[in-house]
Write a protein that binds this ligand. Sequence first.
Ligand code: MIC
Ligand code: SF4
Length: 674
Amino acid sequence: MILHYVDFYALIGYNKGKIYRRLTCCKEEIFLGLTLAQKIIKAHLLSGDMTVGTDVGLKIDQTLTQDATGTMAYLEFEAMGVPRVKTEKSVAYIDHNTLQTGFENADDHRFIQSVAKKHGIYFSRPGNGICHQVHLERFGKPGKTLIGSDSHTPTGGGIGMLAMGAGGLDVAVAMGGGAYYISMPKMVRINLTGKLRPWVSAKDIILEVLKIMSVKGGVGKIIEYGGEGVKTLSVPERATITNMGAELGATTSIFPSDEITKAFLKAQGREEDWSEQKSDEDAVYDEVIDIDLSSLVPMAACPHSPDNIKSISELAGKTVDQICIGSCTNSSYRDLMIVASILKGKTIAENVSLAIAPGSKQVYNMLALNGALGDLIAAGARILECACGPCIGMGQSPNSKGISLRTFNRNFEGRSGTADGQIYLVSPETAAASALAGVFCDPTTLGEQVEIIMPEQFLINDNMVAAPAPVEEMDSVEVLRGPNIKPFPTTQPLADSIEAACALKVGDNITTDHIMPAGAKILPLRSNIPAISNHCFTVCDKDFPARAKELGKSIIVGGSNYGQGSSREHAALAPLYLGVKAVLVKSFARIHRSNLINAGILPLTFENEADYDAVSQGDVLSMPDVKEAVKAGKDIVITNKTTGKQIVAKCELTDRTKEIILEGGLLNYTKANS
Ligand code: MIC
Ligand code: SF4
């Protein structure tokens, strides 16, 4: 026995479309086995008692950053004054801002390279690949904790790591040896039985999970995969599933580390990094979902949400304009080999543009050596560098109203760089079959599937990972700063009272791509908050930045699942710079809420969701004595001065997050407490 629960405990399950509940005990103390995630949390627990919904502070073994969030994270790390990272391994990747149409991105790369060298961080050079793919191949270790300044860090769950996406400031704190705090999640078990049919892919498994749970169904939960079906999935397939668990809003997703994991790590020359990781036999989950793999069919997430699922057979015959294969979800050796096997000896349809970005130099190099790259090129693929590329709008934007099938994980409106682009998320199998057909094509119609055997030995060459300077040399490393790199914006302690206009009112499921759009034009401004803030919310309302600046201080009102998607703290820092003091919504996505708190912006939720209708854009909202209410943990009473109506808002903070808000953000709090 390991955990200790009192009160009653309910199991809620989903089986063949039906939800069932089962009471496991009543008003009695019972002792339960631990889930795998609970075991890793327990082994890394620095504070808290693992009661669901309360803060737990975790020791973090590894961190990763990428370049679009990395510059800010390292500026924050520098501001903390810690000379050398205190983690077991920290790696800085260059994979997002790789299109260099001006000096900005290249300057950021040099800054990150030099700051990494100085402070004990490994540096994965541009061209080495997408952070999550490379980290899985070369650095991840089962049973360890990893946080990354990128929401798809849960990819590491594919080898049994507790890997979570976080804001840059949280990663900076973890690099400095500080704890990473999460609200203790509920545990969901996804029980896999059976085996995928030929041409049905791991991508179809996660699309099925998204269909069942929706983009907000995972908030406050960790998703653990188990059951006999797990043994039929290779590590890259598992990683596709944990990667896209980010789209559920889950804290993370995790697979056990077993013999298959061991074989993968051995083939990476890292057998010694393997350890078995599994849940206890009698672990109890808050929710259980059963999926029979043999019942799945190829699917697509239709515009503009990853949970808008249809089967490919429903879409078959619809013309497509573009196919993009790659991203941290589906760019492994296994994925691209299956694509090459489909395209070999054929030519893509005349109406289709096919772009392929291998996930890592390892994958790219292996395809080059075994001839598969030649098959892709001969079929007409446009080979892109190993990077995020089209996934983040760094090139390859589709034509107007273009239908683009992508093996990626997000299809939010406008993210591709074409405002009316129609993005469908599909498996590599569906993408390749459709590239040949020029229309949506169900890959199960392709005939016999070629079996892709996982290599016994991957091509190992870490020559594009630069080691940090040895301790005795670190002081002499000069940090190179380009002119576009501006300091972290200053934050203020919480004011006694707030009176400000609602500068913007938005609806449900607002993504960070709405709040702080990305793409080739805006991403180079990631290290310059004053400049990037001019693009804040322009997807929803192009006048927002000017209006917010004119107002001086303001409040944003939104619906449910506000801030879903990426971990970019710019979606909090730009509003902060524009004077946003509070965000009042029906509910928040996890990472964005933390980023708001870290930036010192008050995260408020309507006590009564119907009050959403009681605020209009332009209304003046008054919160007298807000500081006292926050201190006392009381509800915040807001008077809408324009209508006279009173609204009650919740500000659910733990002792620690309360202090952070009162101090005016995590950086101030960390300085004050160190
Ligand atoms: C994304 O996929 O949205 C990104 C770009 O990788 C982001 C990080 C960022 O905005 O820099 C994420 O997933 O966190
Ligand atoms: Fe890069 Fe796309 Fe993955 Fe984000 S989701 S890390 S942009 S490949």
